[in-house]
Design a protein around this ligand. Structure first.
Ligand code: HEM
Length: 459
């Protein structure tokens, strides 16, 4: 069938579905309305949708900058310079020479200074302090932008209506998160906590997140969704401190944060970014358009892109482990590692499982191999995506493929040049781009943009 006749068939199909069912799947409140005027669902809401979308885009940009500043904080080895967690009062940096001196004294008490940075003078200390302070301050700004936007829209009643009772569970979940945050703050997130307990808490938080995301993905409740964004931000702040706390030890010999915690922190940053991007995609189209588009969902392609999304997330977490233990600098040859396929130092730690997370040779090896497998799977998904009936979707999958190839090439260069900060930060940034492009291809598989629908909207 030629492209023209495909389009003609789609046009016919969507014209029929538009006639048939604009109001069929709307929530009960909307069903009660008279059904004669197309476009009523979005009436009075478009303004809010646009403004909320712009606000979420601002948050998205801020989170991208936050990830970059976080990466640079790590790459300049600045992350442990502020040894306390003061979410509110910490907004003011040291103002006088005496205050700087006091902060420096606190830093001198931790292992990183004693083992690695004895050479530092106050001016060197200020440099690493400003990086970490900038990262945390940006976190406060993001929190403020969220709070002003959320409560502003809420009070002005500009959040699209439609409740399905999810606000309470999200609030409950937020309460649980706040308890964990308080616990982390009180205990300084000490590494000495039994590992089993840390894993239990981690698993609970993870399950809660998955459940909340699952519920919200089917929800029309924008109040709950936007509240959830704020909750994720708060949780990220707590996890940030939980991570830093693992490195500000005295007498335990830690000179960096625990790499598992770094991976958790980076993983949640990508989740936040993904949630924001998805909501921006949703708000970029009218509810009516989305409802129509849903009928043309390309299920197989959607499933494959969901798989790719999870696979890429795994690779991002492994990448954070590589970065966290500086494994990018341990083997700088490619395609082999130290002249062998599996590096000689892969299994030097005891017990064996620790090597999978902490042995630089093995962790870098896993990141490489997973990268190649991701490429193979990416090609399969791309070939399928190219068969989509919708031009925009095909283009979205092409963009995923291009970003994936670029990311692999950059990863190899990062290895060969022993992870200089410019390449490492670009590799991290491209991971962000790839992540968002995969989400976009997935979104367009779920809600294809048929040219007929767009023409219909313009009319
Ligand atoms: C295929 C997709 C890939 C993705 C999505 C990906 C993602 C990531 C991420 C998110 C990080 C952590 C960055 C940070 O936190 O600063 C990372 C680190 C790293 N990746 Fe990849 N990566 C990919 C492929 C590769 C490949 C194929 C190689 C090498 C052959 C590679 C080599 C590295 C190195 C050396 C680092 C550590 C850089 C540092 O120390 O900051 N990556 N990767």
């Amino acid at each position: 069938m030629g492209a023209h006749s495909v389009r003609a068939t789609q046009k016919k199909a969507s014209a029929m579905s538009a006639k048939r069912s604009i109001f069929e799947e709307v929530s009960s409140a909307e069903q009660a309305r008279p059904t004669a005027q197309p476009g009523l669902i979005d009436k009075g809401r478009t303004g809010a949708r646009r403004a909320i979308r712009a606000w979420l885009m601002l948050l998205f940009v801020l989170v991208v900058v936050m990830i970059a500043v976080g990466g640079l904080t790590r790459l300049t080895d600045s992350g442990l310079s502020i040894t306390e967690w003061r979410p509110i009062t910490g907004a003011l940096p040291p103002m006088s020479a005496a205050e700087w001196e006091a902060e420096f004294e606190k830093y001198k008490a931790i292992d990183e200074f004693r083992i690695q940075n004895q050479w530092m003078e106050i001016d060197d200390f200020k440099v690493i302090y400003w990086w970490e302070w900038g990262h945390r301050q940006l976190g406060r700004v993001i929190g403020l932008v969220w709070a002003v936007g959320f409560f502003g829209f809420l009070l002005a009643r500009r959040i699209p209506p439609g409740r399905d009772g999810l606000v309470l569970p999200i609030l409950g979940f937020a309460g649980f998160g706040a308890l964990i945050g308080a616990e982390v703050a009180l205990n300084q997130g000490a590494l000495a906590e039994p590992l089993v307990r840390q894993i239990e808490v981690g698993a609970l938080v993870f399950m809660g997140l998955v459940a909340a995301l699952g519920l919200l993905s089917r929800s029309q409740d924008w109040t709950a969704k936007l509240l959830f964004v704020g909750f994720l931000g708060g949780l990220q702040g707590s996890i940030g401190w939980w991570m830093v706390a693992s490195g500000v030890t005295s007498g335990e010999g830690m000179v960096d944060v625990a790499s598992y915690r770094l991976a958790t922190h980076l993983g949640l940053a990508f989740i936040i970014l993904g949630v924001l991007a998805w909501y921006v995609f949703e708000l970029g189209r009218t509810e009516r358009d989305l409802m129509q588009a849903r009928r043309e969902k390309e299920a197989k392609q959607f499933g494959l892109s969901t798989g790719l999304l999870h696979f890429a997330f795994l690779q991002i977490l492994i990448g954070a482990l590589v970065a966290g233990i500086d494994a990018g600098r341990s083997y700088t040859d490619w395609p082999l590692m130290g002249g062998q396929v599996l590096p000689a130092s892969a299994f030097t730690l005891e017990p064996v499982w620790r090597n999978f997370f902490e042995s630089p040779g093995l962790v870098q090896f896993i990141h490489r191999v997973t990268g190649y497998l991701l490429l193979v799977f990416g090609i399969i998904v791309w070939l399928r995506g190219r068969r989509s009936a919708h031009a925009r979707t095909r283009f979205a999958f092409n963009a995923v493929m291009a970003a994936l190839l670029l990311q692999i090439a950059l990863g190899i260069m990062t290895v060969v040049y022993a992870a200089p900060w410019q390449m490492a930060i670009l590799h991290q940034f491209l991971a962000v781009v790839l992540w968002v492009l995969i989400l976009r291809a997935r979104f367009l598989s779920a809600y294809p943009v048929a040219s007929s629908v767009r023409e219909g909207m313009k009319a």
